[in-house]
Design a protein around this ligand. Structure first.
Ligand code: NAD
Length: 272
């Protein structure tokens, strides 16, 4: 009787089909917010990130939401690690329905002081890694005639700020990659979109506040009020769950004709 009751409850409340997603940078900030939302909606997940707490974060999510959550510490600067992570993930979880290219780093300095290795790292993680991961999931998505790719770009994929040469170049590149793959994926049921947030309070932004203070020679409070939020009509950080909800919307049936879009969630920053 008990098992019959459980079975009928499961049929009623569990999603009809479990979806599977890979989220890069899924163990911190925005990526972790997206992972939490997806897990709460019944997704099985592969979370990639360099946080030492990665395995514990995955175990906690798996337990809390009764889904499978696998951790990978693949270094996105190494294309072979990306392709191995994806083939191993496909073997464990089945093909990925959703890929979220979210991992990213930032560095702030005037061009003549901008270290070459920081340029290479930012282009590598924020742009090239997305190319390699899209390429690796593409064959499976194409064969299944279904897939959703969500690239976490930035308002800096649409407009520039001084001292962020590599980041702005990488994010503009990611918006370009999004458009090209949207065109290539249309015939195969694959949508590809970019989410372009304004400032979101995460470890990446916390570090930027102190870096910007040094670059501009001002206090951290002035960085937040006079630089970060100054261009936004709504002078607030966007909450992580708001980005997660938008990403989740892009995985659903109602968004199946949204593709090639750069969706701003930036307090009106890019309305200028
Ligand atoms: P975060 O620092 O909290 O998380 C970044 C993640 O990327 C971490 O999990 C980290 O381990 C991972 N990562 C970094 N280098 C890696 C590597 N070589 N290999 C594998 N993983 C690596 O940052 P966040 O603020 O959550 O940013 C997430 C994304 O959102 C980034 O692409 C960022 O550019 C973008 N974004 C953030 C904001 C914001 O205000 N926070 C605004 C616009 C866009």
């Amino acid at each position: 009787m008990k098992s019959f009751l459980r079975k009928s409850l499961e049929e009623k409340y569990l999603p009809m089909t479990t979806k599977t997603a890979l989220i890069t940078g899924g163990t911190s900030g925005i990526g972790l917010g997206i992972a939490t939302k997806f897990a709460s909606e019944g997704f099985n997940l592969l979370l990639n990130g360099l946080e030492k707490e990665g395995p514990d974060i995955c175990a906690d999510l798996a337990k809390k939401y009764a889904v499978k959550v696998i951790y990978s510490n693949a270094n996105l600067l190494k294309p072979t690690e990306i392709t191995k992570m994806i083939s191993d993930g496909e073997a464990s979880l089945g093909g990925f329905d959703v890929l979220v290219n979210n991992a990213g780093i930032q560095f702030v300095a005037p061009i003549e002081e901008f270290p070459d290795e920081k340029w290479e790292m930012i282009i590598g993680i924020n742009l090239s890694a997305s190319f390699y991961s899209c390429k690796a999931v593409w064959k499976g998505m194409k064969a299944r005639k279904s897939g959703r790719i969500i690239n976490i770009a930035s308002a800096h994929g649409l407009v520039a700020s001084e001292f962020k040469s590599a980041y702005v170049a990488a994010k503009h590149g990611l918006v370009g990659l999004t458009k090209v793959l949207a065109l290539e994926g249309g015939a195969f049921g694959i949508t590809v979109n970019a989410i372009c947030p304004g400032y979101v309070k995460t470890p990446l932004v916390d570090k930027q506040i102190s870096d910007q203070a040094k670059a501009h020679g001002i206090s951290e409070e002035e960085v937040v009020n006079k630089i970060m939020l100054s261009e936004q009509a709504i002078k607030q950080f966007t909450p992580v769950p708001a980005i997660a909800d938008l990403a989740f919307y892009l995985t659903g049936d109602q968004s199946k004709t949204i593709t090639g879009a750069s969706l701003s969630i930036d307090g009106g920053w890019t309305a200028h």
